[in-house]
Design a protein around this ligand. Structure first.
Ligand code: ADP
Ligand code: MG
Length: 625
């Protein structure tokens, strides 16, 4: 073969600047591209061996070799190699025609990083993002093939000559740009390789060529000082990731080990789902339910997406429904068009169906845990419930699947489904009302009023619960299910029947005067608990709005509709009704209101100070007569 010069065809002048710009933010993907080319070359050779067209000649491997002194990174493989024509065809004539159409179609959106679109069949050229010169040295497996050397300094023009290489395979040498020398550092390259190539299908090794130390005057030259010394290669990847194995062949221990290693989480996962489908989607992966330490910190989860064992990106919300991001996992989808822009993924029917399929699998697994291992399920319900509730709110189809596996924890520590709660606590034929507490300590007094009557009170005390119950009331509007906080109404705690309206009006006036609140609504009811003097109820809906506005960090100071309910059977109420508005009666009224308030939440600031002061006065009066 004669030495030859050429120009890389198909508008390389147009493509190179685009590649450099697109990929600018994710430069390290050249590592993924060149290592995956090496793996591809090895796999092709293995395939030929299988077909009987080549000799078994392992062990097969890809080596990444750093040489800081020379400023080079090398990618070496013992795959099929290339003949001169192949280098020209696959490397020099950028591997597809219509490159311009392609670029026009899959142009990234404004402000989008190249992360997801790096993989677009121009993989080899990503080398020019970081290198000022690229050399390919390759020998094809084919008998009598001549080894070739290909050199290009800009990705647009090249020189090609014969090479004296005698080993089958390819070595790509990158002479790194001066400002890309970080890639020559062992730890930097190792973490890049682990991220992108951690599960590629051929063994990958990283090593470093150390220059001999400079010979100092007066010292004997060290042994071996003549030659640069390659260090012991470090193994990078797991070529047989767990997700590719048959679920029935994988032990629990292996699942746990994989979890700790891949997600660097030393807590134990709660349980996991091994997705292993050929149909309707070619999809493999493992999703773990982590112990969620902090509600709403979505950053806890991470779902790594792979395309045939090549890492693509973390947490691509176009493919994985957002609420699943609370999970940790790896998903490998060989058929996804991952080489395209995000807006394309968003609108792609196949991607949508696959996201729905993953959601369904997660829901089915929850239901099967509930049906088959209810004891375990109850144990980790406290960990998973924010995730389940968030999923229900986000995706009604998910809700429809898991709804019978949603549990309500009672203040007595039991876990009930909605049906179980209704069967125990609600009269048949009547609309179901679930009583709940949002704070079992503060609301202990109100909770007791219900539990004393044998009614269960469920605990809904996380941020998401407010949204969740509003969602549920809406989703179950036909079944008429209502959630009511223990301080929301007095109905269940009082007898039905007429009250004395004249007395009620008189008391209303008295309490309005002494609280200074002329809007205060006062009801007079006969309480089931005879010793209780009064309670304050707060309208459920207005209170929820107010709570939500606080949860969003914007306290709109929304008015809560409050009612003072007085026990008509209690002697003190009868006494108040008979008093003129003297100071004693006034203090007693205020004390009654404060006590009622304290049953649902602590008094704050001045109100607490006044309450304590008034309590002292009243006690002193009793003693002094
Ligand atoms: P793709 O891998 O998507 O085909 P690339 O630009 O990464 O695109 O590579 C172009 C082609 O060059 C490959 O399809 C392959 O034929 C050839 N090639 C690249 N690297 C190697 C290698 N290490 N060994 C053998 N052939 C290679
Ligand atoms: Mg490639």
């Amino acid at each position: 073969m004669m030495a030859e010069k050429g120009t890389i065809s198909i508008n390389a002048e147009n493509i190179m600047p685009v590649i450099k710009k697109w990929l600018y933010s994710d430069k390290d993907i050249f590592v993924r591209e060149l290592v995956s080319n090496g793996c591809d070359a090895v796999r092709k050779y293995q395939r030929l061996v299988q077909l009987g067209d080549a000799q078994e000649d392992g062990p097969y491997r890809v080596d990444v070799v750093l040489n800081e002194a020379e400023g080079t990174v090398q990618f070496k493989d013992n795959g099929i190699g290339m003949k001169a024509e192949e280098v020209k065809k696959y490397i020099a004539q950028v591997a597809f025609s219509g490159a311009e159409d392609f670029l026009a179609k899959y142009k990234p959106d404004e402000g989008e990083s190249g992360g997801i679109i790096g993989h677009f069949g121009l993989g080899f050229y990503s080398a020019f993002m970081v290198a000022k010169k690229v050399v390919i040295d390759t020998l094809s497996y084919q008998e009598g093939a001549q080894a070739v050397r290909w050199i290009s300094e800009d990705g647009m023009e090249y020189d090609m000559t014969e090479s004296d290489r005698d080993q089958r395979g390819t070595t790509i040498t990158l002479y790194m740009n001066d400002d890309e020398h970080d890639f020559l550092k062992l730890w930097e390259m190792r973490s890049t390789l682990e991220k992108h190539c951690g599960f590629m299908p051929v063994e990958i090794y990283l090593s470093e060529v150390k220059q001999p130390e400079a010979h100092k005057e007066g010292e004997e030259p060290k042994e071996d000082a003549e030659s640069a010394k390659p260090q012991e290669p470090q193994k990078i990847n797991d070529p047989q990731p767990l997700w590719l194995r048959k679920p029935s062949d994988v032990t629990e221990e292996e699942y746990r080990e994989f979890y700790h290693k891949v997600f660097h989480d030393y807590d134990e996962p709660l349980f996991w789902i091994h997705l292993n489908a050929e149909y309707p989607f070619n999809l493999k992966g493992i999703l773990y339910f982590p112990k969620i330490k902090n509600e709403f910190s979505a950053s806890e989860g991470v779902i790594k997406l792979y395309n045939n064992q090549v890492f693509v990106a973390d947490n691509i919300k176009e493919v994985i429904p957002e609420f699943l991001m609370l999970l940790k996992g790896a998903i490998d989808c060989p058929d996804l068009p991952l080489n395209v822009s995000r807006s394309f993924l968003q609108n792609d029917g196949y991607v949508k169906k696959m996201a729905a399929y993953i959601t369904r699998k997660v829901a089915d697994r929850l239901v099967s845990e509930f049906n088959n291992k209810r004891d375990d399920y109850q144990k980790y319900w406290d960990d998973i419930h924010p995730f389940v509730k968030y999923g229900c709110i986000k995706d009604e189809k998910f809700y429809e699947r898991v709804k019978n596996a949603i549990l309500y924890k009672t203040t007595d520590g039991a876990y009930l489904t909605l049906e179980e709660y209704k069967a125990k606590n609600c009269e048949e034929g009547k609309d179901a009302v679930l009583f709940y507490a949002s704070d079992d300590k503060r609301q202990a007094q109100m909770i007791k009023l219900y539990t004393d009557q044998g009614k269960d009170v469920v605990l809904l005390n996380t941020l998401i619960d407010n949204n969740f119950i509003s969602f549920l009331e809406y989703a179950e509007r036909d079944a008429k299910i209502t959630f009511r906080r223990v301080d929301a109404a007095a109905e269940g705690l009082t007898e039905e029947g007429e009250t004395d309206e004249t007395m009620r009006l008189a008391l209303e006036k008295r309490f309005r005067d002494c609280t200074g609140d002329q809007e205060l609504e006062v009801q007079l009811k006969s309480f089931k608990d005879e010793d209780m003097i009064a309670m304050i109820t707060v309208d459920e809906q207005t209170r929820r709005f107010s709570d939500m506005s606080k949860a969003w960090g914007r306290d709109l100071n929304l008015p809560e509709k409050r009612t003072l309910v007085l026990n008509s059977k209690h002697a003190l109420i009868g006494w108040i009704a008979k008093q003129d508005s003297d100071d004693d009666a006034r203090d007693v009224c205020r004390q009654v209101v404060d006590l009622a308030e304290m049953a649902r939440q602590p008094l704050v600031a001045e109100r607490m100070v006044e309450f304590l002061h008034r309590s002292n006065l009243l006690l002193t009066k009793i003693v002094n007569g």
